[in-house]
Design a protein around this ligand. Structure first.
Ligand SMILES: [Zn+2]
Ligand SMILES: [Zn+2]
Ligand SMILES: [Zn+2]
Ligand SMILES: [Zn+2]
Length: 799
């Protein structure tokens, strides 16, 4: 999803192979991105590449389609009838995104959605949707019913005066029109009278005002911002040397849990769901599965409830009109009609486009020009390193470090993004060609769609009209768009090493039952220029958590003064063996030399991962040893098995587990348990007892028992899963925190008060280090604790 769809990648590869050898060599040898673009710009032929892209784009469904709107509305009504109000609301949102703004149809979607929210007890959201329905021209004859719902919401919210006003309005409306005997009218009148009585009761006996609670007692984290690095704590300093490039170092002793960095993404793009790109174009069925685009705001990534659809497309949905307006102003007026193309070309291209739109043409132009201007260092990092090594580096402050401004400050700015290393010389020529072709395709499309003025928003309209006339004849990119394309190419290449995933903990599985099973999900791809200063280690000393588009970095262990701050780019020592890690890290163009890698590479000791994820002898259960053929370590046994057959067995087992989870989803808990127990038996015959999968099965069993309300069994299985998680990830890892959180929920539900309290305590200690005291999980733990402490003594004594 980061890169373009496969068909386009293959198309570009074929084009590359068919180029004249001379041209191919010149492209491969191009010394700068400017040169690459100059040579390659004209290689996107309208009748070939452009046409192929157009065909691919037809698969992406990003426009407004009346048929889809009808389908989603009917599905919504069906689920509403079955009282699945949450799912119904989501389908009405999808329907609304396919309707034209201001049409009676879209107002009906909002009105229907308001009814779903009403049933969910979300009265404020319901009122928002009623207002939306009214502003989009809700049909007058249907209005009384919606106004009654409004009055009822206001009543529930204790806004009695407003409720009285709304009721008066409905009364007038009913009196004014309609036939007296209509049954619908009778129903309305009956409801009206009920509400009037309710209002009267509330007026005569007002409820005590509810106290505002919580926030005041929340501890404020101590935070002193660094003078020279925006968003960083004052306990860090920015250093530079040839070996490590730019990096952050502790300038004083740091405690676990201490915040080190708080940074708002310079740019972020929500990763769309796979289903927006349908593989089979003949597929006419609409997908009712919720994707990221249905669940999170297109701009700020907050979770969506009553989403506001874009007026132009069906894929951008916002948490509020404000977000919709800001996004439109900043980038979406340019992106809106390009949805299908951006989906086809992948998230990296999309991030690159949005980056230049946010930076603005003037700033992009300034930096692109600067990069040409004799500053060879920029294309040759070695030279710039040398230059810095010779300078009195350490105590020279941040003066000469790339990306810093004239005052030696490193800030989250376009300049900092621009200075992230594109490693242009390390990417393969073929890959650069693909990126170049993709970026040029976007710019061509912008030009042809008449969006150049929007892209160059700072330019006067006079200049724009002049531009337009000269392009029409040439068919080539205007000089301004060529500058934009060059910057975009740079950003696409930078993203390979500098893209930061924004992840959230998302509920997974059936979602019912009192125990919420959450797993991290990739939500968006972003540039965080300050976070990007951190180097990788397979045993990092920090944790990153996200809230919306903001990242917070916390120390996950004590960091003594002088030690470098390390982020894990993905390959973690607890999840992969050193060979796998090095393989994955090759995309970042470096060989990891972290302590974990050195230990594993230089000693003969097998990695923790391979030891714990190993097989045992099917005959005597002793550990198996070897690579291609595994032999029992018990000499008396002498059994040997090919690793291939063991792997196949492992795959079969994973298939079976998947089936068990499907049974659970279909609410066939008993069958799921049977199947999981059988899987466990089978696994015991060939997996070592510490194998991660053994833990996962225990975890699933705990989940099934929890849905049945069998809390003791659930806790027993989860405790075994926790033992294995602890072995793999360590006692204070975030993974442990999540498992303990689940255990706390189970013990809480089972009224195992003292165990629950001690588990809450442990979970709190771990999670506050990784996610901070204000994370939702910590809040939930504290609520549980309060609730337990308020339980009557009689229950407490029983346990
Ligand atoms: Zn938003
Ligand atoms: Zn749009
Ligand atoms: Zn490493
Ligand atoms: Zn054996």
């Amino acid at each position: 999803m980061a890169l373009p769809v496969e068909e386009w990648r293959l198309y570009a590869a074929r084009r590359w192979a068919a180029l004249e050898p001379v041209l191919r060599e010149r492209l491969a040898a191009a010394a700068s991105l400017h040169e690459t673009l100059r040579l390659g710009c004209g290689l996107l032929r309208p009748e070939a590449e452009v046409a192929a892209l157009r065909r691919l784009c037809r698969r992406a469904r990003t426009g407004k389609e009346p048929a889809a709107a009808r389908f989603y509305r009917e599905e919504g009504n069906r689920l509403f009838g079955r009282r699945h109000y949450g799912a119904a609301a989501r389908l009405y949102s999808q329907a609304a995104s396919h309707e034209l703004p201001g049409s009676p149809e879209v107002s009906v979607c909002f009105a229907n959605r308001s009814a779903a929210f009403f049933h969910l007890g979300l009265f404020e959201v319901c009122l928002e949707d009623i207002a939306r329905a009214e502003s989009h021209g809700y049909p007058d004859r249907l209005l009384p019913k919606v106004l009654l719902r409004k009055a009822e919401c206001l009543l529930c919210l204790g806004k009695l005066q407003d409720a009285a006003d709304a009721l008066r309005l409905v009364e007038n409306k009913i009196a004014m029109d309609g036939i007296l005997t209509s049954p619908a009218r009778q129903t309305l009148l009956k409801k009206l009278n009920q509400l009037k009585i309710k209002l009267h009761e509330k007026e005569s006996c007002p409820e005590p005002a509810r106290e505002a609670c919580g926030d005041a007692q929340r501890k404020l984290e101590i935070w002193e911002e660094n003078d020279s690095i925006s968003g960083a704590s004052s306990s860090l300093s920015l250093n530079f040397d040839t070996e490590r490039g730019r990096h952050l170092v502790a300038s004083q002793d740091i405690l676990p849990g201490q915040s080190l960095l708080k940074e708002e993404a310079f740019v972020s793009v929500l990763c769309p769901g796979e289903s927006l790109l349908q593989q089979d174009s003949s597929e006419t069925l609409w997908d009712t599965q919720a994707t990221n685009a249905d669940l999170y705001c297109h701009r700020c990534l907050r979770q969506l409830l009553a989403s506001v659809p874009c007026h132009g497309c069906s894929y951008a949905k916002y948490c509020s009109q404000t977000c919709a307006d800001v996004a439109w102003e900043q980038y979406h007026r340019t992106e809106c009609s390009l949805g299908a193309l951006l989906l086809t070309l992948g998230v990296f291209c999309h991030v690159a486009l949005r980056t230049v739109l946010l930076a603005g043409y003037a700033e992009v132009h300034r930096l692109v020009e600067w990069s040409h201007g004799g500053d060879k260092d920029l294309h040759n990092p070695e030279a710039s390193c040398k230059h810095l090594r010779e300078a009195p580096a350490r105590n020279a402050g941040t003066g000469g470090i790339p990306g810093c401004n004239n005052n030696g400050q490193y800030q989250s700015s376009y300049q900092a993004v621009f200075n992230l290393l594109p490693h242009a010389e390390k990417h393969s020529p073929e890959h650069k060609f693909l990126c170049m072709l993709s970026v040029v395709a976007i710019c061509k499309e912008l030009q042809e769609a008449g969006l150049e003025a929007a892209v160059l928003n700072q330019e006067s309209s006079e200049k724009w009209s002049k531009l337009k006339t000269c392009e029409k004849t040439s068919g080539e990119l205007s000089p301004e768009l060529q500058t934009m394309a060059e910057a975009m190419l740079r950003h696409v290449l930078q993203l390979q090493c500098n893209a930061q995933a924004i992840t959230v903990m998302q509920e997974s599985g059936s979602g019912d039952g009192a125990v919420v099973n959450k797993k991290p999900v990739r939500l968006a791809t972003a540039f965080f220029p300050v976070l990007s200063l951190l180097n990788h280690s397979c045993c990092p000393n920090i944790s990153v958590s996200f809230s919306g588009t903001a990242a917070t970095v916390r120390a996950s262990q004590p960091i003594p003064s002088g030690q470098e701050i390390f982020h894990c780019y993905g390959p973690h020592r607890c999840r992969m063996k050193v060979a796998e890690r090095q393989q994955l890290l090759s995309q970042y163009f470096f060989e990891c030399r972290c302590q974990a890698c050195l230990d594993e590479l230089e000693s003969d000791v097998r990695s923790v991962v391979s030891m714990r994820n190993s097989f045992c002898c099917p005959n005597c259960r002793a550990p198996m040893q070897g690579e291609d053929t595994l032999c029992c370590s018990n000499e008396a046994c002498a059994i040997s098995v090919s690793s291939e057959s063991l792997s196949r067995r492992l795959q079969d087992l994973q298939q079976q587990i998947k089936k068990a989870l499907e049974l659970l989803r279909d609410r066939k808990a008993d069958q799921a348990i049977k199947m999981l127990l059988k899987c466990q038996m089978d696994a015991g015959n060939f997996l070592s007892p510490e194998h991660l999968l053994m833990g996962e099965m225990e975890d699933h069993l705990a989940q099934v028992y929890a849905t049945l309300g069998k809390w003791q069994e659930a806790a027993r299985h989860l405790e075994r899963s926790i033992e294995i998680v602890e072995m793999h990830h360590g006692p204070s890892s975030i993974e442990m925190g999540h498992e303990l959180f689940k255990l706390a929920q189970i013990l809480f539900n089972g009224f195992a008060v003292s165990e629950a309290l001690s588990t809450i305590q442990r979970a709190e200690e771990i999670l506050s280090v990784h996610c901070g005291p204000e994370s939702t999980q910590i809040q939930e733990l504290q609520e549980m604790k309060t609730c337990l402490s308020e339980l009557p003594k009689s229950i407490l004594q029983r346990t």
